[in-house]
Design a protein around this ligand. Structure first.
Ligand code: ATP
Ligand code: LTN
Length: 339
């Protein structure tokens, strides 16, 4: 029987801090499943998007440290760097090169409509830089360079995937087939984990109130405390419903960590209060994150190994990225050297 061609998966995360439970349930968990359990279907490329992260001012030493830490988190998930391509974006110069070209195929108006641009401009009014504006174009370059079929991300990245598709289709329309038009891969559950303190807002690692998010390095006792102090309602009944944002979010988290359905969870806590429910959620989160935390700590004690994996990842990524970049440059009409 002829073997089916594997599909390409690409995603990335910014090294802007310790990843949260939101990053983990919305993105990382799916990355791991696609790379491991579905390895016969997918070839996976995962990157630390350090070029993206300088759209917000970062101290150089922090950027360097956080980049290696985020790289360690990707391996700590259990993603095998030998079987997959795990790399750091700035090590592969083709990302910035293709981004420039794609900038010239992106309209000012469409980039202005990106909600992340609007949100981040409001959050950092003192530094609304051009990089922040063209952030989704660099993201399009990340994806298109690898001819990705699927991009596993959280719900907040849907709009960036749409603009990526528009850019790819526009370029292909002018020059003929050059880029694969990618599809977002947004898993129904966990796609939008909310803040524990304001469950109408997305859980975010850059939240100023650390009680709103759980990081992958929080101690077990801290995780339990944060879940226990999560904002809920006064009804004391565990079920999914309107106006129950806090409980809806905790049920989502519990369901993602245990695999239980919402109906099962409601039945499990029938007649019990929020105290019992929160303890169970806390324990499920602790159990879910423990192996990642342990593996992360082990990996961080061997920086030489991490750097070796990063170098190999960059080399493999560059092989694929340079092929696509060359193709795109040729189509646009850049004079090619014979070498
Ligand atoms: P920041 O808080 O610095 O803006 P972030 O955590 O929102 O960063 P990234 O680190 O770039 O953003 O996100 C990496 C991945 O995690 C993306 O696929 C994103 O969609 C997903 N993600 C982020 N926050 C959540 C969340 N609360 N729920 C589900 N998925 C999320
Ligand atoms: N913008 C993304 C991170 C990111 C990304 C990508 C995600 C950068 N490049 C390519 C998927 C594919 C975010 O999550 N904030």
């Amino acid at each position: 029987m002829e073997q089916e061609k594997k599909q390409i998966v690409l995603s990335a995360v910014q090294p802007t801090g310790t990843p949260t439970l939101g990053n983990y349930l919305g993105a990382f968990k799916n990355w791991k499943i696609m790379a491991n359990d579905m390895a016969d279907k997918y070839d996976c490329f995962y990157a630390v998007a350090d070029l993206h992260s300088i759209t917000v001012r970062l101290n150089p030493a922090d950027l360097r440290r956080q980049t290696l830490e985020m790289y360690a988190f990707l391996l700590a998930l259990g993603i095998d760097p030998e079987k997959n391509v795990v790399f750091i974006q700035s090590h592969v110069p083709q990302h910035a090169q293709l981004a420039w070209i794609l900038n010239c195929y992106t309209q000012f108006g469409e980039a202005s409509r990106m909600t992340q641009f609007k949100d981040k401009s409001e959050k950092h009014p003192e530094n609304v830089n051009v990089g922040l504006f063209s952030y989704p174009v660099l993201m399009a370059a990340d994806i298109l360079l690898y001819q990705a079929d699927f991009v596993p991300v959280g719900d907040d990245q849907k709009q960036h995937l749409e603009i990526t598709r528009d850019i790819a289709e526009r370029f292909n329309g002018i020059y003929g087939d050059t880029f694969k038009v990618p599809a977002p891969f947004i898993h129904k559950s966990g796609a939008r984990i909310m803040s524990l303190q304001d469950p109408t807002k997305k859980m975010s690692k850059s939240d100023t109130n650390p009680k709103g998010f759980i990081t992958l390095l929080d101690d077990d006792s801290v995780i339990m405390k944060k879940i226990k102090s999560a904002v809920t309602d006064s009804e004391a009944k565990v079920y999914r419903g309107e106006g129950k944002d806090g409980i809806n979010n905790l049920m989502e988290i519990y369901s993602c960590c245990t695999g239980k359905s919402f109906d099962d969870i409601t039945a499990e806590f029938e007649g019990k209060g929020y105290g019992d429910f929160k303890t169970a959620v806390g324990e499920a989160v602790i159990a879910e994150l423990r192996p990642v935390k342990e593996e992360y700590n082990r990996l961080m004690s061997d920086k030489a190994y991490l750097m070796k994996c990063a170098a190999e990842g960059a080399e493999k990524a560059e092989y694929f990225a340079s092929r696509t970049l060359r193709k795109a440059m040729k189509k646009v009409g850049f004079l090619q050297l014979d070498r």
